[in-house]
Design a protein around this ligand. Sequence first.
Ligand code: PLP
Length: 371
Amino acid sequence: MERINVTSPLLPQLENFQPYLEDIWNRKWLTNNGHYHQELEKALCEYLKIDYISLYTNGTLPLITALQALRITGEVITTPYSFCATTHSIWWNGIKPVFVDIDPKTCNLDPEKIEAAITPRTTAIMPVHCYGIPCDVEAIEEIANKYGLSVIYDAAHAFGVEYKGRSILNYGDMSTLSFHATKVYNTVEGGALVTHDAKTKKRIDFLKNFGFADEVTIVAPGINGKMDEIRSAYGLVNLKQVDEAIILRKKIVETYCDGLNNIAGIRHLDYSNKNIKHNYAYFPIFIDKEKYGISRDELYEKLKENNIYGRRYFYPLISNMTTYKGYDSAHPDNLPIANKLADEVLCLPIYKDLKLSEVEKIVSLIKGFRN
Ligand SMILES: *Cc1c(COP(=O)(O)O)cnc(C)c1O
C-alpha cells in the first residue's frame, strides 16, 4: 500500500484559483485589508453563521491578540490536552497557565474541576473544542459568569461545528480558528478571531496591524497578524468544497466506527449527540493495552510498517513540556485523565480523498494486530 498520512490538505482546483491570481496581479494590492480579504471575511461570516470575524496569517496570533484585547492578566485556566500553541499564547502574554484535567468522553476541560483551580489571580478560561467536539459550553459559561471570568475558546479544530443549531463560535467572549494546511478548512497558513460586536472587531483589526487606527494614530502595541490577498483568494475558492469534504469525512468516520466497534480495548469518541453538527476533523482512537494486547506505541509502529502514518495527538501533554512541567498544576497527579489519554491516543488517517477501501484496510490491520 502507498504511504497514507494522518491528513492531506484540502486543495482548491488550480483552474478555479488562477483567475483570482490574475485579478490580484491586476489590482496590485497584496495585503492590508484588500479586496479578497474583505470578501473572505464576508463569506466566512455567512458560512459559519457568525457576525464578526478578523482574518489572520495563522491560528496562533489570534489566541495571543484575544488575550491582549481582553486585557487578561494573572492566571488563565486551560487544558493540557491540546496543541502547544494554546498554552504558548498564554505564556507569550506573561500570564501563568493553570492546567485543569479533562473529561475522558470529550477530551475537553472537565467543568467540574474548574472551580477548584480558580484563585484571586484568575481572569480567564481558555478551553479547546478538542478534535472539533464541543466543550460543555453551558457549564463553562455558568462558572465564568459566577466568577466574572472571560472565556476565549481555541476553536482551531471546530470549523463549521454547531451546537443546538448555532455555531459553536458564538459561545464565549471570543473564539479563534486555524486555517493551517492540516485542518478541515485551510488557507495554506491562516487563522481568524471571531468576536460578537463591531467595536471589538475594530479593536482586533487595530491589534493585528501594529495598533494602527489611522496613518498617524497607533492606539496599542499591536502585532503583525494580517492575512494577505493570495491566501484570502485561495480561501474563497477552498470554501466552495468544504461541505463536500465534511460529508466524505463523515463517511470515513462511520466506516471506522463500524469496523472498530467490536474490538476489545479500542475506544473511539461518541458522535451520536443529535445536538451537535460535527465536522469530523480528526479520528482519535484510545488503546487499552490490557484488553487489546499491545500498547498504543506498538500499534503506531506496526501501522507505520504497513505505510499507515497515524499521529499521537496529543502526546506529549503540554503540561509535561519543559517550559510548563514545573507549575504545580502541571503535576501528573493533578491531571490523571489527560495523562492516561495522551498515552492511549492515536489519530488515524482522515481526509477527503481517503478511500473507504483504505479505511477498511486500516481497520483489518488493527484487528490483525490484536494479541
Ligand atoms: C493548529 C492549532 C493551533 C494553531 O494554529 P496555527 O494556524 O498552526 O498557528 C492552535 N490550537 C490548536 C488546538 C491547534 O490544533
